[in-house]
Structures are given as C-alpha cells and as structure tokens.
Design a binder for this molecule. Structure first.
Ligand SMILES: NC(=O)c1ccc[n+]([C@@H]2O[C@H](COP(=O)([O-])OP(=O)(O)OC[C@H]3O[C@@H](n4cnc5c(N)ncnc54)[C@H](O)[C@@H]3O)[C@@H](O)[C@H]2O)c1
Ligand SMILES: O=C(O)C1=N[C@H](C(=O)O)CCC1
Length: 255
C-alpha cells in the first residue's frame, strides 16, 4: 500500500464504526481536513470490502472490543494501515497484532487508548509522579452507554503507574481493608485500584489521586466533547503510513 506522499494527494481514509459516536465525529474531521479524504464509511452490517474497493490507505476503527480484532486482521491482510481507538487491548491482543504485522512488513498500526492530547499528557504526568507517592488510585468517569469498564485509558494509566512503581522499588499500595463489600475498593489493575463511574451528562473524565505523608496530588483530565479526540486521530492518520509495525499510544507521535 502506498502512502500519501507517494500518491501525492490527500490520505484516503475508511472509517469502521462510522455511525457510532466516535466514528461519526471521525468522518466529519477527516472530511474537514485538507490533507485527508473520506472514501468509505462502514458500520455493522456493511461489507468491509467497501474499504478496499474504495482504495483506502488508512482505516480508522472505533467499533467494539468484540469485533476490532477481526477488523484489524483484515486490514493488515489487505495491506491497509490502521488507526485504532477501540478499547479492550490486552498484552495478548497486542502480541497477536504484532504477529500479523510480522507477515506484512510495510503496514503500520497505531492503537491508542485515548486520542485526547490532554489525556495523553495526563497519563505522562501520572507516570512521572508515580514513584514519589506511596498511595495511588484512579477514578474514571464516563457516559452510561460505554460498554467496557474500567476504561482503556484507566487500564493503560494503571499499567504505566505500576511499571514506574516497580522501577522505583515501591512496594504494594498500603491498604488495611479486611472486610469489603464486593467491588467497594474497585478493580485491581497491576496493584492499582481503579474505580469506574457511569453517569448521564459525562463524556470521558479521569482523576489520578496520589498520596503520601501530609500531601496529595490530583491529576485530572476532562473530555467534554468527542471533538477533543479528533486532533489526535488526525495526527495518527497522517503518521501511520510512515510507521511500519505496531505503535501503542499517541506519545511517540507527539514528540
Ligand atoms: N481511543 C479513544 O480516544 C477513544 C475515545 C472514545 C471512545 N473510544 C472507544 O471507541 C469505541 C467506540 O466508542 P463509541 O462511543 O463510538 O461507541 P458506539 O457504540 O457509539 O460506536 C460503535 C459503532 O461500531 C459499530 N460496529 C459494531 N460492529 C461493527 C463492525 N463489525 N463493523 C463496523 N462497525 C461496527 C456499531 O454499530 C456502532 O455504530 C469504544 O471501545 C470506546 O471505548 C476510544
Ligand atoms: O467514550 C468512551 O468509550 C471512551 N473510551 C476510551 C477509554 O475507554 O479509555 C477513551 C475515552 C472515551
């Protein structure tokens, strides 16, 4: 598959999940940008082949954790680069994608749990703060139509924090709880407690609460509108054709 620079025109983009909350916003953003053009908008029940027939160079996937792996395998087989915002990527899933990509050396895939620039910075700041605080908990808050909990962003943040704590030689987060109503202390992701709130009116929000003797630090990010994810999505669409292999997270594209 050739990229925009070789073709000399706007990047030809296909969107999967095009009628969803995120997919519809991506279609608008791709249409509005001067250097990208929307060639296929596919949702449940449509044929994936429409993307290849339309000559898409990059696919953007905002579907569901249940279908995203099949979509990705198909894109890679077709030699189409992919930008993926759909959540549910475990280490096993990422390894599977790396395996598929090994057979298609020219193809790039960017998978990011959150395309909000502020959210990316929030995760970086949290990873940086982690080694200085003995306590940490994550509170994520989303709209009630979200299918997964905890959010991909919270899971990714917890893993970053856990890695930073391990590198700094910090032990377990102190917690004397001996008698718990199930779920009261949230989910345990790599030793970090994550609490998922769902409420009408919310879009996507996260707080990381750090504590040590005599002080706390709260790092908070709020997406009030899905338009907040679009600059990050477009950064990835522009970059993915020149990044063969798997890129996880938006961080390396923002440096
Ligand atoms: N990475 C990020 O920045 C970010 C931001 C927001 C949402 N998300 C994630 O993106 C995903 C979608 O979120 P949403 O709020 O847009 O959900 P949504 O339910 O509004 O949209 C999903 C769409 O995918 C469609 N779909 C289902 N199966 C399909 C298939 N096989 N082929 C094509 N389309 C199919 C559905 O019909 C629906 O229109 C979720 O996993 C969510 O967590 C990620
Ligand atoms: O609305 C959603 O669903 C979101 N999902 C992502 C996540 O799970 O982290 C990003 C924020 C919005």
């Amino acid at each position: 598959m050739t990229d925009e620079r070789e073709m000399g025109g706007p990047i030809r983009v296909g969107v999967l999940g095009a009628r969803g909350r995120m997919g519809a916003e991506v279609c608008k953003a791709v249409d509005a940008a001067a250097d990208t053009t929307l060639v296929a908008a596919v949702d449940q029940g449509d044929e994936l082949a429409a993307v290849a027939d339309a000559g898409a160079q990059v696919v953007v996937d905002f579907t569901t954790p249940g279908v995203v792996m099949d979509n990705l395998r198909w894109c890679i087989e077709q030699g189409i680069h992919a930008v993926v915002g759909t959540t549910g990527f475990t280490e096993q899933r990422l390894d599977q994608v790396r395996d598929w990509l090994a057979g298609k050396p020219g193809v790039g895939v960017v998978i990011a749990p959150n395309f909000g620039i502020g959210a990316v910075l929030m995760m970086q700041f949290a990873a940086r703060a982690a080694r200085h605080f003995e306590s940490v908990e994550i509170i994520e808050q989303h709209h009630p139509r979200k299918l997964d909990a905890p959010s991909g962003t919270a899971t990714h943040t917890a893993r970053l924090i856990a890695a930073a704590r391990a590198e700094a030689g910090l032990g377990p987060v102190p917690d004397a709880t001996a008698d718990e109503v199930a779920g009261a202390r949230g989910a345990d992701i790599d030793g970090v407690r994550v609490h998922a709130v769902r409420a009408t009116g919310l879009v996507a929000h996260q707080e990381v609460l750090f504590g040590t003797t005599g002080e706390t630090l709260t790092i908070r990010h709020d997406s009030y509108d899905r338009v907040s994810f679009m600059p990050g999505v477009l950064v990835a669409v522009r970059a993915v054709g020149n990044r063969p292999g798997l890129t996880v997270g938006l961080d390396p594209l923002l440096d």
